[in-house]
Design a protein around this ligand. Structure first.
Ligand code: AMP
Length: 409
């Protein structure tokens, strides 16, 4: 079964065409600058890469261009568009309604839209993509896979904030968590790598990319996660602050004369590693090179970054009353032996973690990087959110389901 997986941002479409039976990626790409002049499609078929420059005004036109690339004689992998049997969509926010992946019929789409107020920057773009894809591929099933769904297993002990409860009732202000598809995938892979059932393991998954979050996965369920009501909470990220004293917000509004929107932008776009390095760097590669050479500003920023991550690992080991495995994934987690070594050597000794230096030097491999006698296994697992979306889509379509069940009650 050939499945098209798409992830729509406000001005971009990321896609993969997969054979869901063999799980092979047939083609993939990224269309950028939709609705802005200078749109560009980068399309890959195996090792061949093609680039197309053509102004694209909206997601419908963008998807049509992608479909053309997929069936073009030179760049394509399809003889006929009818070979695409289903479309899987990444959707950022499923609110409390969606605890798993779901068939996107009109009624469900309205329910997804009802969550837009919770993710006003992301969900409308996802929905635009779904509507465009349904227009272009009207006869195939479309499935939504939510970033928040995996975390719906959290109990209210972890998802409630100590705010007036009326605000939860009125606006559903609570912890939702994000990157759920990634945390779910790497937790499952970790169990495979350990050769033990997921249901018997306590795993801490660290998705460390430009955005970053940590999740406590106890016996296969997310029991806590560092991102909260929005993806701003938790770890230090590329440009996001992560945790801070909430009283800093009104303080800055008063002292700097900032509006709520301006503070929000400062915390999301000018903070994190960019803020800590005095607006110099947000890309970890730039920071890491300098930090490892002892350059003081980058070293200090990296120290804060590592420390925050180590604190969360400690908190989640406590939350689960133990931990069997700690997983590093995403851009930084998969590719940075420096970060992993500093966290394991600097902070995880009390958990009985001993780093295997040679294994840790690996980038982008699936590997256990602690020694066999370590009490806790630390591992690197490349994430694969598209594969999870394709698998869920395949399962829903082939079994004729409306909604998946991620876990048994
Ligand atoms: P993601 O959001 O998962 O795509 O991750 C993006 C982040 O991964 C950026 O901050 C990159 O600098 C970082 N990254 C990618 N490759 C490396 C690397 N080799 N070493 C350190 N960080 C990396």
């Amino acid at each position: 079964m050939k499945i098209l997986v798409i992830n729509c941002g406000s001005s971009s479409i990321k896609y993969q065409l997969l054979d869901a039976d063999s799980e092979n990626v047939l083609a993939k790409g990224l269309l950028e600058r939709i609705g802005i002049s200078g749109s560009k499609l980068t399309h890959k078929k195996g090792n061949e890469k093609f680039e197309f420059d053509k102004d694209i005004s909206d997601h419908t036109q963008g998807l049509a261009m992608i479909i053309d690339a997929l069936r073009d004689e030179k760049t394509g992998v399809l003889r006929n568009v009818a070979e695409i049997e289903a479309v899987g969509h990444r959707v950022v926010h499923g609110g409390e309604r969606f605890a798993s992946s779901v068939l996107l019929d009109d009624e469900v789409l309205r329910e997804v839209e009802a969550n837009n107020f919770l993710a006003p920057l992301h969900n409308p773009a996802n929905i635009e993509g779904i509507i465009a894809a349904k227009k272009i591929l009207p006869t195939v099933p479309h499935v939504g896979v939510f970033d928040t769904a995996f975390h719906q297993s959290m109990s209210e002990v972890s998802y409630l904030y100590a705010l007036p409860y009326a605000l939860y009732r009125k606006y559903r202000v609570r912890r939702y968590g994000f990157h759920g598809t990634s945390h779910r995938y790497v937790a499952e892979r970790a169990a495979r790598l350990l050769g033990k059932p997921l249901k018997e393991l306590k795993i801490i998954t660290a998705h460390i990319g430009n955005g970053a979050s940590v999740t406590a996965v106890k016996f296969g369920r997310s029991v806590d996660t560092s991102m909260g009501f929005t993806p701003l909470e938790g770890l230090v990220m590329g440009t996001r602050s992560g945790d801070l004293d909430p009283a800093i917000i009104p303080f800055l509004q008063e002292q700097e004369g900032l509006s709520a929107g301006e503070v929000n932008s400062l915390l999301n776009k000018e903070s994190g590693m960019l803020g800590l390095t005095d607006r110099q760097f947000s890309d970890m590669r730039d920071i890491e090179v300098r930090a490892s050479e002892g350059e003081p500003i980058c070293k200090r920023a990296h120290d804060v970054y590592e420390y925050r991550l180590a604190k969360y690992i400690g908190a989640y080991a406590a939350a689960m009353n133990g931990v069997d495995a700690i997983v590093f994934t995403a851009g930084v987690g998969e590719n940075s032996p420096y970060l992993r070594a500093n966290v394991v050597n600097g902070y995880l000794g009390y958990l009985g973690a001993t780093l295997d230096v040679e294994k840790n030097n690996c980038r982008g491999c699936e590997i256990i990087i602690t020694t066999p006698d370590s009490r806790v296994s630390v591992m690197v697992i490349p994430t694969n959110e598209e594969l999870v979306i394709a698998r869920d889509t395949r399962e829903i379509v082939s079994k004729g389901l409306k909604e998946l069940k991620l876990w048994e009650d």
